[in-house]
Design a protein around this ligand. Sequence first.
Ligand code: PGA
Length: 250
Amino acid sequence: MPQIMAANWKMFKTRAESVAMIEALGTAVDAVPQGRSILIFVPFPSIADAVAAIPASLPLEIGAQNFYPAAEGAFTGEVSPAMLRDVGATWVLTGHSERRHILGESNEFVEQKTAYALNDGFKVVLCVGERLEERESGGLADVLRAQLDCLTRLPQVADSTTFAVAYEPVWAIGTGKVAGPEEIVEAHALVRALLVEKMGDKGKDVAILYGGSVKPDNTGAIMGLDNVDGVLVGGASLQAESFSKIVMAS
Ligand code: PGA
């Protein structure tokens, strides 16, 4: 199963800082394990420079953290997938908890965006995950089922080469509280079951990434868990020193 080590830089780094980090990553990473690729979701203004800075030695692609699902139009402040393609992005992120909970994106809008991006030729990481109160009230399975209901209706083009899911418990994002191994295994098994239920055999090979306080010293253990095919990293992806260790962790 191919593995994806993904960075989400959120609203951090100028163009110069983005380029410096990618160059430093190229120096710090000597051997990416076989079958593993790197993906960095950078802020819009840095995308073109980040793409131009990709070191030849790294299996690295650049993604965008957001977009609006339309070709063009009167959508002030928004950016279209065509514009992102023009600056070299090949992946997009949908459903991140910060967009769901700070910016109010619903499951329906996340579905619309995911379908649009796939139909438009982008690769997509769709993020899902429960809030603390949902987990504590036993609502994990229901939340994941609602967030992944869209899998039934994804465009045909969605498969393991174009689509991945990131499980990120909201209570573990940016809090330093990593989910325990049993919690990760339980949630990833639920995601895998939903992928297969809704996408058939194709769902068996779709990568499931774990996100939420991933650090160099916990990556190896997390990657060793059942149904964990990669990580999505916020805070620890901002320095080459820590992200390079995550990329190479075994
Ligand atoms: P974190 O963020 O690694 O800082 O917890 C993860 C994410 O939001 O994708």
